[in-house]
Ligand binder design. Structure first.
Ligand SMILES: Cc1cc2nc3c(=O)[nH]c(=O)nc-3n(C[C@H](O)[C@H](O)[C@H](O)COP(=O)(O)OP(=O)(O)OC[C@H]3O[C@@H](n4cnc5c(N)ncnc54)[C@H](O)[C@@H]3O)c2cc1C
Length: 401
């Protein structure tokens, strides 16, 4: 390994949304933080490679983003999610059979969450890091190796240089180089599904209602966005069996819009594709350990879930919040006891959520008629019993217990 030339309190490997949020949190505590990523973030909706997904931040995530100074930048662009509408459209053609509304007003005065496009999050997070004197944000360089010592870790970078830090935070995604470098394995479940992510305009206003339309293949979820070109607009995540998702990706925009309208059961009227489409493989994955000497795994380096119930990045922000709380005021941000406390606090919670999301995803894919009817009956029971419904809504928001 090359001699370490620079030294930081914390190095965050990975400047995705999770990595940049982590760097903002640690830098906000005054810790000298380096955030590296091989790619420069794409911060323009219409640029090649733009991340067209949206993230619904649930209440605990919004509170944390506020605490670390990011929320004031995001609030003007956020769309509130006041009502979650679940529609069962199983049957020969996708038409709504059962419709149930879950209203955030039943459990408090705030909406369930706030939706923002991922490309815009990148734009605002880049600007926030530039304003933090304790943070260095460096693109075009990857972490390529890790050598930990008792007092510090040495990180090898792809340009041949090295840096030293008391804590390395791996936010380098689902195929994490640092996780592998630390010898940490993963358990992965594959669903033979893919998710299409895109945006649509529609004639009917969404009235801040997020709608999930279920039928075999997976859910079709419309999430409110601000108007586009004077028309109501929603982000869509459409989960389908792999080959069907590939076929849909190949359709021309008009045929794709017609297919999306059909699959939605017409819940928002005719849908018109606006902008590009991206395809994402669907997996569940969890790392066997969340820490190693001087190393903490966060976000998709630690856990990946299917995009159901807006949990993925919200779980990642919970990792970062936990780590920030432990580090705040600690003498050594990479101390073994601190890392043990992080792993204890996060791993059990993550495993519980992964199991719940896996169950929901499998229920949502059910093909045989009796099982589809059971899914529909389950939805009726869940929404019909008030305490059960409220408990479910609180659980979805990330509340404990
Ligand atoms: C279709 C879809 C919809 C979703 N919707 C939601 C939602 O509504 N709400 C929600 O909470 N979650 C949602 N998620 C999940 C959420 O998008 C992910 O959890 C999140 O984007 C992952 O963030 P990340 O920073 O961990 O990983 P990534 O975004 O993959 O970032 C990893 C970064 O690490 C960099 N990197 C890679 N290798 C290295 C290296 N060796 N050194 C340094 N850097 C490296 C990469 O360039 C990349 O920038 C959705 C997911 C999908 C697929």
């Amino acid at each position: 390994m090359t001699e370490a030339r620079e030294s930081y309190d914390i190095v965050v490997a990975g400047g995705g949304i999770a990595g940049m949020a982590a760097a903002a949190a640690f830098g906000g505590l005054g810790l000298r933080t380096l955030c590296i990523d091989p790619e420069a973030p794409v911060t323009d909706r219409d640029a090649a490679g733009a991340d067209l997904r949206t993230t619904a931040f649930l209440q605990p995530s919004r509170d944390f983003l506020d605490r670390i100074g990011l929320w004031p930048r995001l609030a003007p662009h956020a769309s509130a999610l006041q009502v979650m509408r679940i529609v069962d459209a199983g049957g020969p053609t996708p038409s709504p059979r059962t419709i149930r509304d879950f209203d955030a007003a039943e459990i408090g005065s705030l909406p369930f969450g706030w939706n923002l496009p991922n490309w815009l999050l990148r734009r605002e997070f880049v600007a926030a890091l530039a304003d933090l004197p304790a943070v260095t944000h460096r693109c075009g360089v990857a972490a390529s190796g890790l050598l930990s010592r008792t007092g510090a870790a040495q990180l090898r970078l792809s340009d041949g240089s090295g840096v030293e830090a008391r804590l390395v935070v791996a936010a380098d995604g689902r195929n994490s180089t640092l996780r592998r470098a630390a010898g940490i394995g993963v358990s992965t479940a594959r669903y033979a599904q893919k998710a299409l992510a895109f945006a649509v305009t529609h004639p009917e206003p969404h009235r801040n209602v997020s709608t999930e339309v279920h039928r075999s293949g997976g859910p079709f979820t419309l999430v409110p966005l601000p108007d586009r070109d004077g028309l109501p607009c929603s982000a869509v995540v459409w989960m389908e069996h792999g080959p069907e998702a590939e076929r849909l990706m190949a359709l021309d925009p008009a045929a794709f819009s017609a297919a999306a309208t059909h699959r939605s059961g017409g819940v928002q009227g005719p849908l018109t594709l606006t902008g590009g489409r991206r395809l994402w493989p669907i997996i569940s994955q969890v790392a066997h350990r969340f820490t190693a000497e001087r190393l903490a795994l966060v976000a998709e380096a630690a856990h990946v879930v299917p995009p159901i119930g807006a949990q993925g990045l919200n779980m990642s922000l919970a990792d970062i919040r936990t780590l920030t709380d432990l580090i705040d005021g600690a003498a050594d941000p990479g101390a073994p006891t601190l890392l043990d406390a992080y792993a204890r606090a996060r791993r059990a919670e993550v495993l519980t959520r992964i199991a719940g999301i896996d169950l929901l995803n499998r229920a949502s894919m059910l093909e045989p008629r009796p099982l589809r009817d059971l899914r529909r009956a389950g939805l009726t029971v869940l929404s019909g019993v008030a305490p059960l419904r409220r408990g479910l809504m609180r659980l979805g928001l990330g509340a404990r217990g």
